[in-house]
Design a protein around this ligand. Structure first.
Ligand code: BMP
Length: 270
């Protein structure tokens, strides 16, 4: 991530076409919000996508929690994504041997490759998982596909730290054609202004565990504020219950968008 550079600049210069598209969306819609739409029916999923579409850059799904899933669920979601110009991120967290994740990504009942622009994977199983997912992208017909490496987690006692997080960055550096960045709580590779900056490297940081009003939940989730996450180097803020669980999700989405965008602008000036 290059936190001192504008989304507009990154939209022009990023080597990956999907990342360019992502930054262009952020710049055009003036939002760095990814809503985590953890809803459990097709009707709720599509209605929140339709309502929040104008205020978000990315729509994050857990498609395996939809109780009435059919291919129509994701066909319709793709239409809403085109209408409101956002990307779809399936938070599948692939974590298995290469041969298995290729089947989980490309096939099965969910056919995630067909409709999700962005997926994520853990490197617990080693570098082969990223190789396998990259090959699925290379052998497929969709060009706008990208991978995020799950480099850290926000849950209490997370073991995704230290050497694991370091290995995440090293593996990402070897797979820059398809790995566009990380799910992490902070900047992981050097800022472009620092001496350690790697020329041409521009990983995108998606940060989960964001709330304006809460510090955590009863099951170990830990939150930080939009301003704190942006200060630590986030590029996109993933917000779930903070947006969809209140009485007015649209008003909440606007509040998170404003907070995230204001923090982004002050970082640019800083
Ligand atoms: P919420 O904002 O309601 O706490 O939801 C957070 C979302 O981000 C969930 O979909 C969860 O699966 C995901 N997530 C997380 O909370 N922490 C992580 O470290 C990684 C995640 O993907």
């Amino acid at each position: 991530s290059r936190s001192s550079v504008s989304h507009g600049e990154r939209a022009k210069c990023h080597p990956n076409a999907l990342a360019r598209r992502l930054f262009a969306i952020a710049e055009t819609k003036q939002t760095n919000i990814a809503v985590s739409a953890d809803l459990t029916t097709t009707r709720e999923l599509l209605s929140i996508a339709e309502a929040l579409g104008p205020y978000i850059a990315v729509f994050k799904t857990h498609i395996d929690i939809i109780s009435d899933f059919t291919s129509d669920t994701t066909d319709q979601l793709q239409r809403v994504a085109e209408k409101h110009n956002f990307l779809i991120f399936e938070d599948r967290k692939y974590i298995d041997i290469g041969n298995t994740v290729q089947k989980q990504y490309r096939g099965g009942a969910l056919r995630i490759y067909d409709w999700a622009h962005i997926i994520n994977a853990s490197v617990l199983a080693g570098e082969g998982i990223i190789d396998a997912l990259s090959r699925t992208i290379e052998n497929g017909e969709e060009r706008d596909r990208g991978i995020l490496i799950l480099a850290e987690m926000t849950s209490k006692g997370s073991l995704a730290t230290g050497e694991y997080t370091k290995a995440s960055v090293e593996i990402a550096r070897k797979h820059k054609e398809h790995v566009i960045g990380f799910v992490a709580t902070r900047q992981l590779s050097a800022d472009s202004r620092s001496d350690e900056a790697v020329p041409g490297e521009d990983f995108v940081i998606f940060t989960t565990g964001i709330s304006i009003s809460s510090k955590g939940d009863a099951l170990g989730q830990q939150y930080q504020s939009p301003a704190s996450a942006m200060e630590r180097g986030a590029d996109f803020l993933i917000v779930g219950r903070g947006i969809y669980s209140g009485s007015d999700p649209v008003a909440s989405a606007k509040a998170y968008r404003d907070a995230g965008w204001e923090a982004y602008l002050s970082r640019l000036e800083g």
